[in-house]
Design a protein around this ligand. Structure first.
Ligand SMILES: Cc1ncc(C[n+]2csc(CCOP(=O)(O)OP(=O)(O)O)c2C)c(N)n1
Ligand SMILES: [Mg+2]
Length: 334
């Protein structure tokens, strides 16, 4: 394939994933308001940085993400129904509805199961990178987390381990400016990427609203990791356009907003980049949006028809042998 075409396809795939994610995001939030979904953590505003990072990764690389990583998953190829089924906790959900909504996993796409306690994925990511290095494998690890998560002991433990052992891991902070109601200025005195120096790893700041900038910075970090040159901490700056979760009302604690469709919206910025490169025009963008809207509607309705998991499966795959107490519980719910 000529180089230009390769770049064009790569950029169009990225933009399509961002549109898909945004469309799905809005659909799920609306469905939650209608009582059709229990809970969700919207990703609006973080599409460009996640897709930019995903563009730099290979299928064999391991992703230790967090609850807001739907755009990254979609770009990586995780089917849209995997996301919807997980949120609905229905019978087709791989975790059989036992996880809280937004706690995704995909073995097939090397996307590790998400934990609720923030930053607990970071030491795991460092440990996995240690194992890959020990086994002399080519794969590397990408771990994502929020700005608030950088205040946890786990963040520092993971950075330290990655530094000491020159591990093939990239820690990408999805810096959306807020940890629920706490602004990043009250979270940390210095910029998050500067903390890398204390651990002897490389620190990089990226424009998280620009998928190309994030892609190029993650790509450089991937190269360093694969070349055995160690870990990188990337601080990708963006803005949480929506609420922290569907249980949150940000109007109670902030006046700053980034409106959908405005100049600061990463989807608008991305559309401009594609148009400037002459990879897409307005008509093509409209085509992507309408095809995506149809797909989301169809998939959502299909997933909604899937029944809840059979209650008798509540303890399946958890205990090899049920204790008498669990047996009693199973009998109670049947
Ligand atoms: C260790 C831990 N402390 C507190 C919480 C409660 N909590 C859930 S999400 C969240 C905010 C995290 O903010 P950030 O890391 O910036 O990620 P964002 O939600 O903004 O993407 C908090 C405090 C938690 N889940 N885990
Ligand atoms: Mg945050």
């Amino acid at each position: 394939m000529p180089e230009d075409n390769e770049e064009r396809n790569k950029y169009i795939k990225a933009y399509t994933a961002m549109v898909l994610s945004r469309t799905l995001d809005k659909k799920i939030v609306t469905a939650q308001r209608q009582g059709r979904v229990g809970f969700y953590t919207p990703t609006m505003g973080q599409e460009a940085l996640q897709v930019g990072a995903s563009m730099a990764m290979e299928p064999n690389d391991l992703i230790y993400g967090y609850y807001r990583d739907v755009p990254l998953m979609l770009h990586r190829g995780v089917p849209i129904e995997t996301i919807i089924n997980q949120i609905m906790g229905n019978d087709s959900d791989k975790a059989k509805g036992r996880q809280m909504p937004s706690h995704f996993s995909s073995k097939e796409f090397n996307f590790m199961s998400i934990q609720s306690p923030v930053a607990t994925n970071l030491p795991l990511a460092a440990g996995a990178a240690y194992a890959l290095k020990y086994q002399k494998k080519k794969s590397i690890v990408l771990a994502t987390f929020g700005d608030g998560s950088s205040s946890t002991p786990d963040f520092h433990a993971a950075m330290n381990l990655a530094g000491v052992y020159d591990l093939p891991v990239i820690f990408m902070c999805e810096n959306n400016g807020w940890a629920i109601s706490l602004p990043v200025e009250k979270q940390t005195k210095v910029e998050i990427w500067t903390k890398a120096e204390a651990y002897g790893i490389k620190g990089v700041k990226a424009d998280g609203n620009n998928f190309v900038d994030t892609y190029e910075k993650v790509r450089d970090a991937v190269k360093r990791a694969r070349d055995g040159k160690g870990a990188t901490l990337i601080d990708a700056i963006s803005f949480r356009m929506g609420p922290h979760s569907t249980s949150d009302d940000p109007t109670k604690y902030r006046s700053e907003t980034v409106d959908e469709g405005s100049e600061k919206d990463p989807l608008v910025i991305s559309g401009k980049i594609l148009k400037e490169k002459k990879f897409l025009d307005d008509k093509m963008i409209e085509g992507i949006k309408s095809r995506t809207a149809k797909l989301v509607e169809e998939k959502f309705n299909e997933c909604e028809k899937i029944p809840a998991p059979d209650p008798s499966t509540a303890f399946a795959d958890v205990n090899a042998k049920l204790t008498w107490m669990l047996k009693e519980e199973v009998e109670d719910i049947l």
